[in-house]
Ligand binder design. Structure first.
Ligand SMILES: Cc1cc2nc3c(=O)[nH]c(=O)nc-3n(C[C@H](O)[C@H](O)[C@H](O)COP(=O)(O)OP(=O)(O)OC[C@H]3O[C@@H](n4cnc5c(N)ncnc54)[C@H](O)[C@@H]3O)c2cc1C
Length: 338
């Protein structure tokens, strides 16, 4: 990777967010990134730019400006109606070569994970994947990118001091959403797609939305999660009826998923989903760091565990020591009487 001199690095300015616009909507992770980008840019005295690519994205520019962008770069074209990572990466790389951003942020979603590495290779940038927080050195502009390392047992802060731009993907729901200000003003820069930008290597024949894995965990206000202590598929039936009683969703630890008791779409943690419900009830989950990073932002955490010394019991707001197969039915009886 090409290292750059201080003089070369000084030619890079502003913080970019690559918006994620799919199925006709701009995803929440875009606004979370804009909130973080605003903070970084303010500390650096620079601007926030939001890059909107797709068919029908122009209408999202105002929302991005209201959420902190100073500039929305819009490429609104039918040729971009389907997400093709190579085409999108070629376009963004062209804009990076033209405008030279200091920092480029993407969501650590399937979209961002497909796009960011391609861009990073094309523009010869450093990329830190799956960050959980971002800070900046206001003097040098070095991005301080924090993410789990060594199997999640430590948090590492990474800086790519001699590279520009600096690129990071950030997990959804670990950053706060901004409060939109409809009175904010910003510039909209319309860019055109050129024939060379559309790759001929990939042709989308048909797109089918996968609904099989759509556990509504991301939006759930109440989540009940089971771990190895749930002991099998039957145990998860108990969790499902609890979730139905309170209108919540069922989640799982990796141990439960690996045992084949529940589908991977339910897994919470470093290699699963990140969630931020109002209430997270962890049943028979020991609370290893790889699980905690996926649910630590829940407003209220309740742990049910036979072992009072399990790490989750220290982490939880309420720790109930006992057998989940006795405690959950008793809690359901109480709730039904409310
Ligand atoms: C690179 C890497 C990535 C990983 N990613 C993830 C991830 O995304 N998500 C994840 O969850 N893990 C992940 N893991 C695995 C993680 O380290 C743990 O192994 C896993 O979270 C343990 O799952 P568990 O808590 O269900 O099982 P255990 O650690 O075995 O804990 C089971 C708990 O159940 C309790 N228990 C047993 N019976 C009962 C009962 N009847 N009533 C009440 N309590 C009971 C026990 O006291 C114990 O505390 C990852 C690991 C690595 C190395």
């Amino acid at each position: 990777m090409q290292t750059r001199t201080a003089e070369e690095r000084d030619a890079f300015h502003n913080v970019w967010v690559i918006a994620e616009h799919r199925w006709g909507e701009t995803k929440a992770v875009t606004f979370e990134l804009l909130s973080a980008a605003r903070d970084l840019a303010d500390k650096r005295g620079s601007e926030v730019w939001c890059i909107l690519l797709g068919d029908g994205v122009r209408s999202s520019a105002a929302a991005c400006i209201a959420s902190g962008a100073d500039v929305a770069v819009v490429v609104d074209a039918p040729a971009l109606s389907e997400f093709v990572d190579q085409t999108y990466a070629d376009l963004v790389s062209r804009f990076i070569a033209t405008y030279r951003p200091e920092i480029v942020l993407c969501g650590a979603t399937a979209y961002g994970r497909a796009l960011a590495p391609r861009i990073a290779v094309q523009v010869d940038a450093g990329l830190t994947a799956d960050c959980t927080s971002l800070e900046i050195d206001p003097e040098s502009g070095d991005l301080l990118q924090t993410r789990p390392a060594f199997g999640g047992n430590i948090m590492a802060t990474i800086r790519a001091a001699t590279h520009r731009p600096q690129m990071a993907t950030v997990r959804p729901r670990v950053l706060d959403l901004p409060t939109p200000d409809p009175g904010r003003s910003g510039r909209i820069v319309e860019e055109q797609i050129e024939p060379d930008d559309v790759t001929e290597n990939v042709r989308i024949i048909r797109t089918i939305r996968d609904n099989t894995g759509t556990v509504p965990l991301a939006d759930a206000r109440f989540i009940i999660a089971g771990g190895r202590g749930v002991q099998g598929k039957e145990g998860f039936e108990l969790l499902k009826s609890f979730a139905e009683t309170v209108g919540g969703a069922v989640a799982a630890s990796r141990a439960a998923v690996d045992a084949g008791w529940i589908d991977y779409a339910h897994q919470i943690g470093q290699t699963g989903q990140t969630v931020q419900p109002r209430v997270y009830v962890a049943c028979g989950v020991s609370g290893q760091i790889q699980h905690l990073v996926g649910m630590q932002s829940a407003n209220l955490i309740i742990a049910i565990n036979r072992d009072r010394h399990a790490p989750i019991m220290q982490f939880a707001d309420y720790a109930i020591v006992g057998d989940l197969f006795e405690i959950l039915p008793a809690m359901m009886d109480e709730i039904r009487q409310l």
